[in-house]
Design a protein around this ligand. Structure first.
Ligand code: G3H
Length: 546
């Protein structure tokens, strides 16, 4: 598509001195540190230079991406040392951390959280510069993560207290508790670099596992302010960083056979290949949040205003860069024209700008190759008979990292946008007459994360719920797809996920049952009483946590 909007979009990138004081980086952050085995080590090797997706104008009006800093491009050698440190800290479950009482582990995590909160403004600033998330959303991501940690601490106390009881059954007396798996490799995504990384790292940690932690490719430097907090809050070797290119470090870790759990929020292709590298497939546990192509199904009786409002939040929050985003809209043919008109009116009202622009909805895209990919999707859709409904208002125009949201209609099964997870501000709309069209789409999709249904017809909704409940992890009624609230199960079917995350269930994903059992006899009862009253064992105990 011819881009007539260059000039307008160019104006969105400001001169450096127009960046508000509170968000301006004092200086680039050249990270020279790796956290391995409780030590912050100086890195003297090659580095990856981090440029922001946000461009700033120089005096001559030319745009340059802001230099955010650089981080170590560590190698297999450092990955090996980190792995050895994590394995030694776990020490087959006898290490200080896995053997520590839950109460003491909570104290360490609380200490870490206090230190983390003291770094809020630095971290939020780096979220903004590294991935161009709007300032309010970056703050929300930070606060949500702190709430997640607090929620995890409450959940772990509840889990601990509910496993104090002894069960007496068929002449046996036993106590079941949750114990750690071992070494956990945690890798989060760029779109929620802090939040989604910590939704696996924190539960894995508090359950007594030791951690290898690889920050996402975009959104790496924001963890730098936390390295000393990790070092000072946990015993040595419990949290170790893996910096550098994934291909230089992660295959080695997986091939070592010493990773007990892989926790990855990312692509199913990567997860698939990493799992295959592990030599002991039965030993490896996986906690995965992967690809999704969540559909909205808007029925003929739907409240169009509500459906439009939720579709915009679902497709365009953080520019559509959410795993839970609505990535295709099926709209009943009898209302699709009205729906499209209202959708275009509302999309065209959205503010495009910098993360600090008041009321901003659309910000620069974090992945440098994305504007070209989205253009390819639009070209492909147009070649197969679709139009960009809001082209007059700039829909589909792009310049540097800015991409104006495009509504594409009518989308059909010949188009890339029908199948591929666009992960960006492109809204494919598919008209349908028979409900079987969206139902078959969901059934035949390789993904199965969530779906949204918009209708007020209890019969039609029930029919769809019953057809789709075995296809996706969550069905949203008259609401966009989303992960939150974090107390709700977050999972997916098919290639979308493995395991369930929620504040409570993540604790179960990163632990395994340990049963201590004996035959019920006066002698064995006496032994149990001696152990419990003398507080002789950490594992076999009845310490209630408040
Ligand atoms: O990318 C997925 C995130 O978990 C988004 O969370 O759906 O609650 O906004 P959310």
């Amino acid at each position: 598509m011819e881009n007539n909007w260059h000039e307008t979009l160019d104006q969105l990138f400001p001169a450096e001195d127009l960046v508000p004081e509170n968000i301006r980086l004092a200086a680039p952050i050249h990270q020279k540190n790796l956290l391995i085995n409780g030590e912050i080590r100086e890195w003297k090797g090659p580095v990856h230079t981090v440029y922001s997706p946000i461009y700033l104008k120089d005096k001559s009006g030319e745009n340059h991406p802001l230099l955010v800093g650089s981080y170590p491009l560590a190698t297999e050698n450092e990955a090996r040392e980190a792995l050895e440190a994590a394995s030694a800290a776990y020490d087959s479950g006898r290490g200080t951390w896995p053997a520590m009482s839950v109460h003491e582990r909570i104290k360490c995590l609380e200490h870490f959280t206090e230190r983390m909160i003291s770094k809020k403004s630095e971290i939020v600033q780096l979220i903004v510069w590294e991935i161009s998330k709007s300032l309010p959303d970056a703050e929300k991501e930070f606060d949500r993560t702190v709430e997640y940690i607090h929620g995890t601490i409450s959940a772990v106390k509840k889990l601990n207290n509910s496993s104090m009881l002894f069960t007496i059954e068929q002449g046996f007396i036993g106590q079941t508790k949750k114990v750690p798996h071992g070494v956990v490799l945690c890798m989060g995504p760029f779109n929620y670099p802090l939040n989604e990384t910590f939704t696996t790292l924190i539960p894995a940690l508090i359950m007594g596992n030791t951690i290898l932690f690889k920050p996402p490719k975009h959104g790496t430097l924001l963890f730098e302010p936390l390295l000393s907090a990790f070092r000072d809050s946990f015993p040595k070797g419990v949290v170790n960083t893996i910096y550098g290119r994934g291909r230089d470090t992660v295959p080695f870790l997986m091939q070592s056979g010493k990773v007990d759990v892989i926790a990855l929020i990312g692509s199913s292709k990567v997860a698939d290949s990493l799992k295959k590298m592990h030599p002991k497939s039965n030993r490896l546990k996986s906690v995965l949040g992967l690809d999704a192509k969540n559909a909205a199904i808007v029925l003929e009786d739907a409240d169009i205003e509500l459906a439009v409002k939720e579709s915009i939040a679902g497709t365009l929050s953080f520019n559509g860069q959410r795993c839970t985003a609505l990535k295709i809209l099926f709209v009943h043919s009898s209302i699709v024209n009205k729906f499209n008109q209202r959708l275009a009116e509302e999309v065209n009202k959205l503010t495009t700008g910098m993360p600090w622009t008041k009321g901003v909805a659309i910000t620069p895209l974090a992945e440098p190759d994305k504007p070209v990919y989205h253009q390819e999707c639009l070209d492909d859709a147009v070649a197969h008979g679709a139009r960009i409904l809001n082209a007059d208002a700039g829909g589909g125009s792009h310049y540097l990292s800015i991409f104006k949201p495009a509504i594409v209609f009518p989308v059909n099964d010949q188009m890339k946008l029908y199948r591929e997870e666009q992960f960006g501000p492109v809204i494919p709309v598919v008209p349908f007459i028979s409900l079987e069209t969206p139902v078959e789409y969901v059934i035949n999709s390789p993904y199965g994360q969530q779906v949204s249904i918009f209708s007020n017809d209890a019969n039609a909704i029930s029919l769809l719920i019953d057809k789709l409940a075995n296809q996706v992890g969550r069905i949203n009624l008259n609401a966009q797809c989303q992960r939150s609230p974090d107390t709700f199960p977050f999972n997916g079917r098919k290639d979308s996920a493995e395991g369930t995350l929620s504040i409570d269930e993540a604790l179960l994903a990163f632990s395994v049952d340990s049963v201590v059992v004996t035959k019920q006899s006066p002698q064995n009862q006496q032994i149990l009483e001696n152990i419990l009253s003398g507080k002789k064992s950490t594992r076999l105990s009845t310490n209630i946590l408040f």
